[in-house]
Design a protein around this ligand. Structure first.
Ligand code: KIV
Ligand code: ZN
Length: 391
């Protein structure tokens, strides 16, 4: 069976940029957009054009330079938003308008002081109006995670009737459990009339740490686009992390799904976004964190030195990390010390290693980590120094 392509919709420059204090200027956004295009994302959500002149300018500038991906602008289900987005996207090779409205009872009552029927009509009207500007219109049902499935299906049907090409089913508050979110996508696949005219898209937030799991459940149940950000940045606890979903699909060929992403660019992409946004990536972040390929306990280090696959499921080079790191701490064993000592120029015999190891442990107990320069100090201070360097 042919491998199913899963489209990657990157929203680092829109949902990701909603992180407090992480506002980017147009020049920075252009730099990130160019890299995203090279990385191989299918869609770049470049901003929310009506929200500010700066956002309009960025979406316009990105539309002019992106060569391969579709460029998308967010709108509310409001004519002025849609018209402004269409103007900002005018120069895009592949423009997409992303319009929508809240569909949960709580949004309908408290945000819009409205009722279900009126919201269905607004969804239809917004998509229809967006279609008068561009062919590719994505509809989002905000807070779909907490929207009743039968009603959600009716809203989706209206959006398809108006010409939507993509239906985005956001778990806006990060509330859903993976099985529940997967069942929602399956329900829509099975109950929305005309569903074959559009693709379903997953957009998950990470309030309970389930964004990645929910996105994967979504594609297993029939969604064909994942909305995500580099490093999982985004509103509150963030969005689904692009690097995670891409590598999950690649690590599990039995799912028979893949993306067009050049995974060797993932680490560089993560660094670029982190530097420009001024947010350090947590060290234990999957795939791109500083410790994602670092081994510090003696048992693990011994295993990895014998064969990398004992404790690593991904070859670091596949994601653009040069090599696995053997971190020396008081929990490291002789194998790790010998390995790192060799890297800095000392080939220790078994006997020498036994003796230097005692001095290493003494040093390591007084320091969090033993670095290359510390290995030199330990060896130089050992009474074996002359013997080791003259070997
Ligand atoms: O989380 C959400 O519901 C969104 C929509 C605006 C697409 O970001
Ligand atoms: Zn969102």
């Amino acid at each position: 069976m042919a491998i199913q392509n899963i489209q990657i919709f990157d929203t680092t420059l829109r949902d990701g940029e909603q992180v407090p204090g992480c506002k980017l200027n147009t020049e920075q956004k252009i730099k990130i957009a160019r890299q995203l295009d090279q990385l191989g994302v299918d869609v770049i959500e470049a901003g929310f054009p009506v929200s500010s002149p700066g956002d309009f300018e960025s979406v316009d500038a990105i539309s002019r330079i992106v060569k391969n991906a579709s460029v998308c602008g967010l709108t509310r289900a409001v004519e002025k938003d849609i018209k402004t987005a269409a103007q900002a996207l005018e120069k895009a090779v592949k423009p997409r308008i992303h319009t929508g409205i809240g569909t949960s009872d709580s949004h309908i009552k408290f945000k819009f002081n409205s009722d279900r029927e009126s919201i269905v009509q607004r969804a239809y009207d917004a998509v229809k109006y967006a279609k008068s500007f561009v062919e590719d219109v994505e509809f989002y049902a905000e807070d779909a995670g907490r929207t009743d499935n039968a009603y959600l299906a009716r809203v989706c049907e209206a959006a398809i009737k108006a010409g939507a090409t993509v239906l985005n089913i956001p778990d806006t508050t990060g509330y859903c459990l993976p099985a529940e979110y997967g069942a929602k996508i399956k329900y829509l696949k099975e109950h929305v009339k005309g569903i074959d005219k559009a693709i379903l898209s997953v957009h998950c937030h990470n309030d309970l740490g389930l964004a990645t799991a929910n996105s994967i459940e979504g594609v297993i149940n029939g969604a064909r686009q994942i909305e995500c950000t580099i490093n999982g940045i985004g509103e509150r606890a963030g969005n689904t992390a692009l690097e995670e979903v891409v590598m999950i699909l690649r690590q599990h060929p039995s799912l028979n799904m893949d993306t067009r992403i050049d995974s060797t660019m993932l680490y560089g992409m993560s660094q670029l976004v982190s530097e420009h946004m001024g947010i350090r990536t947590q060290p234990n972040k999957a795939i791109v964190g500083a410790n994602a390929f670092a081994h510090s306990s003696g048992i693990h280090q011994d295993g990895v030195i014998k064969n990398r696959e004992t404790y690593e499921i991904i070859d670091p080079k596949e994601v653009g990390v040069t090599e696995s790191a053997i971190v020396l701490t008081a929990r490291s064993g002789r194998a790790a010390l010998a390995y790192r000592a060799k890297q800095v120029g000392y080939e220790l015999t078994k006997l020498q290693l036994d003796q230097v190891y005692q001095q290493f442990l003494d040093y390591a107990d007084r320091h969090k980590e033993v670095h290359d320069q510390d290995i030199h100090i330990i060896v130089e201070n050992s009474h074996l120094y002359r013997e080791i360097i003259s070997a």
